[in-house]
Design a protein around this ligand. Structure first.
Ligand code: ADQ
Length: 468
């Protein structure tokens, strides 16, 4: 038995993805299911249903290796906790969109209430030596609520999205309470060093705390260990997907549409952080600046709607429809549609096939914790004829062995247009060289490495705790 299996792993996240089949677009669900499939354990979170039931239901999934324990949200919880404080306050703020950040005390109370209710629901199911791993901005207060109920287990928290700089975070009226709650955990994990640094900056400048040489933060009379755990994908599985029958069917469909043209692909949840309007404009600029590519290159953007009940998401959807329409109206020919914009979700195998066929992958978020699409695009490529990744400097993925990508500033429309042009003109040998360097990093920092390094850190915290 490996050291990792000594204590049961209990994962807590907003959503629990019941099966691989049921996984919706969303990096967190995909990554956690991949991780838990291997280790087994308990996964607790929201069922995805809105009802007045306060019942907690348990199902065995992944051939009994995993217990999925879920609770419903009431309509009020859903509005205040999920749509409200999580997705209209924390999400925009942590992605530096103070212009879209709305603060409402009722939403905040709802957020606290759901964190408390979830903690109450999980507490009786815990064993003394469980290792708890809590995920993301929905559940910042969860650990503190469990501690208030007397939980002694070792607990870690991983933030999937960026941690903003103190100047931005302090715009939130309850910033201090929120950061203080993070000190209920034993380990705090971030996607990149810059996120960790922002947290430590807050501790030092706003919370009057100190950082010790081991990177632990001391404040509010408590101590928390901090480290960087860049999330990854199951790269060999994704590479296998790319040559599956389903992948080939989708690649074939795309090839028929492209005919002999080169394909540029973008795949994102429809979210204002992903830089989609800027990307559409950059593609239009590319067609203007390099007109020889008209009729020669097509851009396919897949963007399934998400958080459709949040007004800002309705706005971005409309904006993109308008932009796609005007770009196509301006540049289309009878036998060529420059931009195909598709608002639906695809299976992971289909995505892999589409990525493999594309010559360029455009991943240009304005801010992103990591961005798994960047890694999936790389994993899906054929080594003998790989596509080129154009990657935003503001994605966590750009801070991690991404020298092989063309790094762009997504706000620089001309710069992105130029990068698309360079990518399309790149020689096969340069494409291969760049891809080799990217795939090496994607393989090294895969989802297993991510989980193992986090769990090891939790185990170390558990051992240190037992010694005291
Ligand atoms: P997300 O913001 O959801 O995740 P991302 O990392 O890109 O972003 O993950 C998206 C996932 O959804 C990918 O696995 C992708 O395959 C899937 N997906 C996207 N569009 C799809 C479509 N049209 N059809 C099917 N599947 C689709 C958050 C953070 C990220 C961080 C992850 C994981 O915002 O920065 O990388 O968590 O930590």
């Amino acid at each position: 038995m490996s050291a990792e299996q000594r204590s049961r792993l209990v994962v807590v996240s907003n959503r629990v993805a019941a099966t691989t089949k049921g996984v919706r677009a969303g990096g967190l669900a995909v990554a956690l299911l991949d991780a838990l499939k291997e280790s087994g354990g308990l996964w607790f979170g929201w069922s995805g249903k809105v009802s007045d039931s306060t019942r907690v239901s348990t199902r065995q999934i992944e051939r009994g290796r995993l217990s999925a324990v879920t609770a419903d949200l009431s309509n009020e919880d859903y509005e205040e906790y999920y749509n409200g404080f999580a997705n209209r306050t924390l999400w925009p703020l942590f992605h530096y969109r103070t212009d879209l950040t709305r603060f409402d005390r009722d939403d905040y109370q709802g957020y606290i209430r759901v964190n408390q209710r979830f903690a109450h629901a999980l507490k009786p199911l815990l064993r003394a030596d469980d290792l708890l791993w809590v995920h993301d901005y929905h559940l910042i207060g969860f650990g503190e609520e469990l501690r208030r109920m007397g939980a002694q287990q070792t607990m870690g928290f991983f933030l999937h999205i960026p941690f903003p700089s103190p100047e931005v975070l302090t715009a939130l009226p309850v910033h201090d309470v929120l950061v203080r709650a993070l000190f209920a955990y034993d380990v705090l994990g971030f996607q990149s060093e810059s996120d960790r640094r922002s947290f430590l900056d807050f501790v030092a400048t706003e919370a009057g705390g100190r950082i010790d040489p081991e990177g632990r933060a001391h404040a509010y009379g408590r101590r928390v260990d901090t480290a960087v755990f860049p999330i990854g994908i199951d790269s060999s599985e994704f590479a296998r997907y790319a040559v599956s029958g389903e992948a080939k069917t989708h690649a074939g469909r795309m090839a028929r549409v492209l005919r002999d043209r080169l394909g540029v692909i973008g795949v994102d949840r429809l979210d204002y952080t992903k830089g989609l309007p800027e990307r559409f404009r950059a593609f239009a600029r590319f067609l203007e600046a390099y007109p020889e590519n008209r009729g020669r290159v097509s851009f396919v953007q897949l963007a399934p709607p998400s958080r459709a009940d949040v007004p800002e998401y309705v706005g971005i959807r409309r904006e993109l429809e308008g932009l796609a329409g005007s770009i196509n109206a301006e540049f289309s020919e009878f036998d060529w549609t420059p931009l195909r914009y598709i608002n639906r979700s695809f299976s992971r195998r289909a995505l892999a096939g589409i990525f493999r066929l594309a010559r360029v992958g455009l991943v240009t978020p304005l801010r992103d914790g990591m961005n798994l699409i960047a890694k999936e695009f790389v994993a899906a490529q054929a080594s003998r004829d790989p596509g080129v990744l154009v990657l935003s400097r503001f994605a966590g993925a750009a801070r991690q062995g991404a020298d092989g990508a063309l790094i762009v500033n997504p706000y620089d429309i001309q710069g992105v247009a130029d990068a698309v042009h360079s990518a399309l003109g790149m020689s096969l040998s340069e494409r291969k060289e760049r891809w080799q360097s990217l795939i090496a990093s994607v393989r090294e920092h895969d989802v297993t490495a991510w989980r193992e390094s986090f769990v090891r850190r939790l185990q170390a915290a558990q051992r240190a705790d037992r010694r005291h």
